[in-house]
Ligand binder design. Structure first.
Ligand code: SME
Length: 162
């Protein structure tokens, strides 16, 4: 199994285009949630060098911290709270160019400056969120949204569909 996600190109679109088929092959067929999410966080970190990348999973009325790469983070986020809880409540991707300007942003690291949160949507139900933080302002754009939604869809297809 090819598990080397390092990349040489600096073009973001090209990076995602190279990443997706490799990632699909890599996670395809495995159904163990923790294992797939742990490898997804590792692969994304290796390919893109994200400051923090990981998952929060829906459990009752809260999100709980799942597999991630980066500094230790908060355990629980209530529905509608922070960027993650809002993306869950609204079942849509949120791109936050400056976390200080997002009302109610939850700062797990004071170094985090911008953020993108993509829900894991299975048949309209949010199973969890993919959360990525940057230590740079304005790090994420429509290219990230477009391709990270494809990454989330691959994860959903692998884990949450029959
Ligand atoms: N900033 C997130 C909390 C999770 S950490 O970024 C890892 C939020 O506002 O929901």
């Amino acid at each position: 199994m090819e598990a080397d996600f390092r990349q040489t190109t600096t073009d973001k679109t090209e990076r995602y285009q190279l990443f997706l088929p490799q990632f699909e092959l890599f996670i395809g067929g495995e159904k163990e949630e923790v294992s797939v999410l742990a490898n997804a966080a590792a692969a994304l970190r290796e390919a893109f060098g994200f400051f923090w990348v990981g998952f929060y999973l829906v459990k009752g009325e809260q999100l709980i911290l799942g597999p991630f790469q980066g500094s230790a983070a908060c355990y629980r986020i209530r529905k509608g709270k922070g960027v993650c809880g809002t993306a869950w409540a609204e079942a849509r991707t949120l791109v936050v160019p400056d976390v200080d300007l997002f009302p109610g942003h939850i700062a797990c690291s004071s170094l985090s400056r911008s953020e993108i949160v993509v829900p894991l949507l299975a048949n309209g139900e949010v199973k969890g969120v993919l959360d990525i933080d940057s230590d740079q302002l304005n790090h994420f754009d429509e290219t990230d949204r477009c391709y990270l939604e494809k990454v989330a869809a691959l994860i959903v297809q692998t884990l949450y569909t029959a």
